[in-house]
Design a protein around this ligand. Structure first.
Ligand SMILES: CC(C)(COP(=O)(O)OP(=O)(O)OC[C@H]1O[C@@H](n2cnc3c(N)ncnc32)[C@H](O)[C@@H]1OP(=O)(O)O)[C@@H](O)C(=O)NCCC(=O)NCCS
Length: 209
């Protein structure tokens, strides 16, 4: 069911924390959440799932349970950050951000090496994932989450912020989980160079906050 008949709802946002973890869990456990149900935005937290401590689970259901437990533990240890967006008190979307140290996956990608910032001492933040309830898509939830995430980064001291959004938006919403180039352009980001050559052509974008 869509909310569209009564016009776009007012959105609010909250920072992910041990206190708001149940809201994030509620969002990811909705049937309308799509592929995020098993990933729990853990992909960017690890350099690779092939290391012994991240041995791949056999089924998606097993992975979902494992990833949920990992995510909860990261939240409780202050290693997972993001912003949850609410419509009338209901969690409807979210955006994950964090320091490079907590979201290291890109550093292990060959395509990223030549684009890595030259100044290794600069504080580097990443915005890696968006997830929006299917009933609320295409009504500004992800854009609201991005704005709120940038504000959180600013409050935490700012620095260089990077993302790898998609430049092709015709492959379906599941392929757009890193956001779109136009969303990031509107938020003041500039393209640094090409990153992924797959179906969606991702690019590295950056701005200083
Ligand atoms: C991609 C996604 C986050 C977009 O969220 P949203 O709230 O619908 O996005 P917004 O309404 O804020 O729109 C942001 C931009 O994306 C564009 N957009 C959103 N959905 C789109 C679609 N299906 N096709 C093309 N463009 C789309 C909008 O037009 C807008 O562009 P603009 O900035 O040029 O106006 C959402 O579709 C989603 O959750 N997809 C699934 C992601 C997923 O599977 N995540 C887990 C991976 S493990």
């Amino acid at each position: 069911m869509s909310h569209a008949s009564s016009g776009p709802p007012e959105y609010s946002s909250k920072e992910l924390s041990a206190k708001t973890w149940p809201d994030l869990a509620r969002l990811f456990e909705k049937p309308e959440i799509g592929d995020a149900w098993w990933c729990w935005c853990t992909f960017h937290h690890v350099s690779s799932f092939s290391t012994p401590e991240h041995k791949p689970a056999r089924t998606r259901a097993e992975r979902a349970g494992k990833n949920r437990r990992n995510k909860e533990s990261l939240v409780k240890n202050d290693r997972a950050h993001g912003v949850i967006v609410y419509a009338n008190g209901e969690p409807v979307g979210w955006c994950q951000y964090g320091r490079r140290e907590d979201l290291p996956r890109l550093d292990h990608s060959r395509n990223y090496q030549s684009l890595s910032p030259k100044d290794k001492n600069e504080k580097l933040w990443r915005i890696t994932c968006f997830v929006v309830d299917k009933n609320y898509r295409r009504s500004g939830v992800a854009s609201t989450a991005l704005k709120a995430a940038l504000e959180s980064i600013r409050i935490k001291g700012g620095g260089l912020v990077e993302a790898i959004p998609v430049s092709k938006t015709d492959q379906g919403p599941g392929y757009m989980y890193t956001g779109t180039v136009s969303m990031f352009e509107k938020a003041g980001f500039k393209i640094v160079g090409p990153f992924g050559t797959g179906r969606t052509s991702t690019v590295v974008m950056r701005r200083v906050i």
